[in-house]
Design a protein around this ligand. Structure first.
Ligand code: K3U
Ligand code: ZN
Length: 154
């Protein structure tokens, strides 16, 4: 399990750098992040949270006590993400953060977003996300921009 940076550590406040090399070390990092996220019982985790200032995160929605109807999805490695479109409709919802242990805050997010990103093999994916999965994507994307829930308090 990798150490998770907590609020106040410099790396959480910095913009992360684009990933250039889709090599074995990158796959190994993603594997370790997935294990860390599962042990910490999260639905996502971003590379800066484990001390790596690169534009990579994992999202892994599953039903949880706050979002019982959240879709169960296979963990997705998201690299060099772009948000192409944002719905006008916003939704407030409860979020937590592995870097802010125990905190739960109501955050406004776009209900749906069109996104584009590379997977571990460097292939570009483009899709529409909505609801809880869109929320996770926006939360993790914030981490790559050096933003946490504290900066997002509505
Ligand atoms: O599973 C968690 C724990 S916090 C979590 O999984 C963060 C991701 C997240 C939780 C809730 C909404 C959006 C993103 C992980 C982080 F901080 F590393 F990104 C959860 C917390 C509140 C509502 C629903 C679920
Ligand atoms: Zn977070």
């Amino acid at each position: 399990m990798l150490a998770i940076a907590t609020y106040g550590e410099r790396i959480l406040g910095q913009a992360a750098q684009p990933v250039q090399l889709f090599d074995e070390p990158l796959a190994a990092l993603a594997e370790k992040m997935l294990e860390t996220m599962k042990l910490a019982q999260g639905v996502g985790i971003a590379a800066p949270q484990v001390g790596q200032g690169i534009r990579l995160f994992i999202m892994a929605s599953h039903p949880n006590d706050r979002y019982p109807d959240a879709p169960l999805m296979a963990p997705q490695v998201v690299i060099n993400p772009q948000i192409l479109k944002r719905s006008g409709k916003m939704l407030a919802g409860e979020e937590g953060c592995l870097s802010l242990p125990g905190e739960r805050v109501q955050i406004l997010r776009h209900e749906s977003i069109e996104v584009r990103y590379q997977d571990l093999s460097g292939e570009w994916q483009q899709e529409w996300l909505q609801g809880f999965v869109a929320r996770i994507f926006q939360h993790e994307y914030d981490h790559l921009e050096g933003l946490t829930l504290r900066e997002r308090l509505e």
